[in-house]
Design a protein around this ligand. Sequence first.
Ligand SMILES: [Zn+2]
Length: 385
Amino acid sequence: MFPFFRPLQILKLFGIPIRIDPSWMLIFFLLTYQLATVIFPFELGLRFRRGVQFDVIALAVIASFLLFASVVAHELAHALMARWRGVSVLGITLFIFGGVAQIGDEPDSAATEFLIAIVGPLISFVLAILAAGIWIWLQALEAMNALPRLSIFLYISVVAFYLAQANLLLALFNLLPGFPLDGGRVLRAIVWAILKNQRRATFWGMVSGRGVAVLLASVGIFFIARGDFEGGWLLLMAWFLWRAAGDAYHSLVARELLKNITVGEIMRSPLQRVSETLSLRELAESFASSLCSPALAMDWNGSAVGLIGVEQLKKIERAKWETTRVRQAMLPLADMMVAPNEAALRALRVMSEQDRDDVVVIQDGHVVGSVGRAELARYLQSKGE
Ligand SMILES: [Zn+2]
């Protein structure tokens, strides 16, 4: 994909990468604009003030950053709880409707699922209460005429009120009982504990997610019918949720299927070999004639050092194929190995963790094959998923 549209890593907290999707930047801008032109001037009683209002703009930017920090705190709570319960965490991505904490695998028990899901809204509630506390305290001071007009305290009070509302909304929205929203995950954990079956619980989770999606869409249509086009946001959200609910269920079914088959049963084997000193142009010609992708890259004394396939080739500009060697474009072998008797799900996990499309299968120190997303997809397709 074009690099601009990929989520951008902006910082790392507790070793967890925090990424921002470009759609979030749009929301950040719209939010700051709305705060600076409508909400804050109204609450500060400055609606009729003329000229560029630098103080209000600065306030809006600060409030947007604090909201951003609130969303990160919510997702970080999910991620740290997951890690504490032994579930690997890939990172946090912020996108148009907030954020998502990506975990490496499904939680292994209903209790773990419950704890990971509940802690996010809990943190949002705590933040809402803290902000409301500050607001109430400043309101009380103002009521006693202890605050000068337009003082720094008044500014803080306006931001605190906004953050209290926003965090409360964040907590309540996420607690809607539609999987994969947090509330839906709590629901799934409870059904899971009752039925003792994760798959059936997830099926009911999907039903709950789609139910809430239909509800959101109906409310959206109701607003639009009344001429309030902000209802369009609800329609968009409903569509996201409908799709996410289905995806989450199918991904669970897929994971179960991949748990029950070994890498050895679906790997590509044996791999053909190419020299790591071959130029990419020569490699492309070989792929076009007889070489199967991916191939094993060998060094001069005959040891396998990497994996090179059509995907790696495509990542290099065609103009550079003449001067680039296989060595420079290949995936190094280190850290991307699985054994033939391991579950195919483990291969998927290694690929997700390393953001790669293929892993090498090693037995007794020798490369015996490779398995990639293509093999996994083909297998799942054959099972009707
Ligand atoms: Zn959450």
